[in-house]
Design a protein around this ligand. Structure first.
Ligand code: GLN
Length: 498
């Protein structure tokens, strides 16, 4: 814990944390040490430093969603998944930076400033995942690689790379960018993100770590401040697939405080046996090959598909024709749910209250225009427009129908016998900050979610795994998706690829 706190301090320039919970961490770590000495281990995560995105409610610890409107908000309870981490013995190191209310794909729209990727061009890193297999690890990858390693007594914190934070840098991805950099830099072993359209998988891919979006309904959303209730899921970021399985086993399960969680579908995962690939059918959906996808991403995709085929898997091209409608459909549904979800921030109950006493209406308006950034205000406005009585059926109802068609694409693929789908996670490696924030480039940035959004429409599980480095020395990743609640299959194939 002390080494991880030290690492966090050393990496301040990357802006990983909105708040380091140093005192909480030190107390929890001491308690874990005592339990360890008494042979009284609390759970699989006992003493393991973790971090959570700042949209999870944490008891008496500020939870800002990176927004001015919640700058002073201190929840009275822990989110269920945060509580479960602590019940398993995890040590909470801090709250991670994010795009305001999880709206974004860069972690650049935060009142706390942008997070920066730990990977910078030109530096010769070996991918973290390869370090396990390679004798000669670079300075970046020395030390322990997984929760398993630390359990085995390996206590050396991996070294920090020298990081040039002056001038331009590569973005961390978003909206869970702080969580991804926290894991990629070895500051924590696991972090929680959230995933509505790709917010766990996108930064995991840009930062070269594993990012798991579980099936909708498998993990509780109680205490996760909502963005789009019908698509949000807690996300898991780790350095290895095994660690993701460990976290999933701790976190999955029905919660009486979240009526959308399901009962009786989850069997704890055991990845100790290698999967027999000859029994696995892998679909390659041709519509995921889209405009703007870089040549090296396409090449990596086909190389991994070939490797799987050579190892005995059946690799089959499939068609999911509604995929290209996903971005437009998502944006209507997202903005409608945002308009409704953001209505609670009125300056009366919690958070910011503007100094305005002419009328209640004026107080609401002043609070909301001071408290929300431009992106949030824009989505509220658009959502209310789509929900107007005269527009409702043309936009909202229409988008719900398209969502159904996207979900049916998945149903058809699964019923044809496909076990997992293999696609890229993002269209390119991490963009430069200066490119990403160009106004007229925003639409192009939204297209980085092209491959990740459909899984949220269907509610199915998806995982991103780092594969190799791009020509400019940044991580490139692929995504696997499986039928709802088939996390066992998903992670077993992911582990094979890893
Ligand atoms: N980039 C998408 C958005 O801005 C996805 C966000 C998310 O998954 N939370 O809405």
């Amino acid at each position: 814990c002390a080494a991880c706190l030290h690492q966090a301090e050393k990496l301040k320039k990357l802006n990983i944390f909105v708040r380091l919970t140093r005192e909480v961490a030190e107390i929890q770590a001491r308690q874990a040490d005592v339990r360890y000495q008494n042979g009284n281990i609390r759970g699989i995560l006992d003493g393991i430093p973790v971090a959570v995105k700042d949209n999870y409610c944490t008891l008496n610890i500020e939870t800002t969603c990176s927004s001015r409107i919640l700058e002073t908000f201190r929840p009275q309870y822990n989110a269920t998944v945060v509580q479960k981490l602590q019940d398993a013995g995890a040590v909470l190191l801090g709250k991670c930076n994010m795009d305001e209310f999880a709206m974004g794909s860069g972690t650049v729209d935060s009142i706390h400033g942008p997070s920066k990727n730990i990977w910078q061009s030109g530096e010769k890193y070996t991918l973290i995942r390869n370090a396990k297999k390679s004798e000669e690890s670079t300075e970046h990858v020395q030390g322990y690689n997984s929760i398993h390693d630390i359990k085995m007594g390996c206590r050396k914190l991996h070294q920090l790379s020298s990081h040039n934070s002056e001038g331009d840098w590569f973005i961390a991805g978003g909206s869970s960018g702080g969580s991804a950099v926290a894991v990629a830099s070895g500051t924590v072993f696991a972090a929680l993100g959230s995933d509505t359209g790709g917010s766990t998988r996108n930064p995991a891919a840009y930062c070269g770590v594993v990012g798991l979006k579980p099936s909708y309904g498998l993990l509780s959303r109680h205490g996760l401040i909502p963005l789009v209730n019908s698509m949000d899921v807690p996300g898991i970021l780790t350095r290895t697939v095994d660690d993701a399985a460990t976290l999933l086993n701790v976190l999955a399960g029905h919660d009486p405080l979240d009526s959308t969680t399901v009962e009786g579908v989850f069997i704890p995962l055991d990845l100790s046996q290698d999967i027999d690939l000859t029994q696995v059918r892998i679909g390659i959906p041709k519509e995921y090959h889209c405009a703007g996808m870089s040549g090296e991403v396409v090449q990596m995709w086909s190389e991994v598909a070939d490797t799987l085929e050579q190892a005995g898997a059946q690799v089959i091209q499939v068609s999911m024709p509604y995929t290209p409608s996903s971005i437009a459909c998502y944006s209507v549904l997202n903005q409608c749910e945002v308009a409704s979800n953001m209505a609670r921030y009125d300056g009366i109950e919690f958070g910011l209250r503007a100094a305005e006493d002419r009328s209640t209406e004026q107080l609401y308006a002043a609070t909301r225009s001071q408290g929300f950034n431009e992106v949030v205000r824009g989505r509220i406005l658009a959502g209310n427009y789509f929900l107007l009585q005269r527009n409702y059926s043309q936009y909202f109802v229409q988008a719900l129908k398209v969502r159904r068609l996207i979900a049916q694409d998945f149903d058809k693929v699964w019923s044809s016998g496909i076990d997992v789908l293999l696609t890229p996670t993002t269209l390119t490696d991490a963009p430069r900050y200066s490119q990403f924030i160009l106004r007229d480039n925003r639409e192009q940035c939204a297209s980085q979610d092209y491959c990740t959004q459909p899984a949220n429409m269907a509610g199915c599980p998806a995982i991103t795994i780092p594969i190799k480095l791009s020509e400019q020395g940044l991580p490139l990743s692929l995504q696997l998706m499986a039928q709802n609640y088939r996390e066992g299959m998903l992670l077993a194939v992911a582990k094979w690829i890893e």
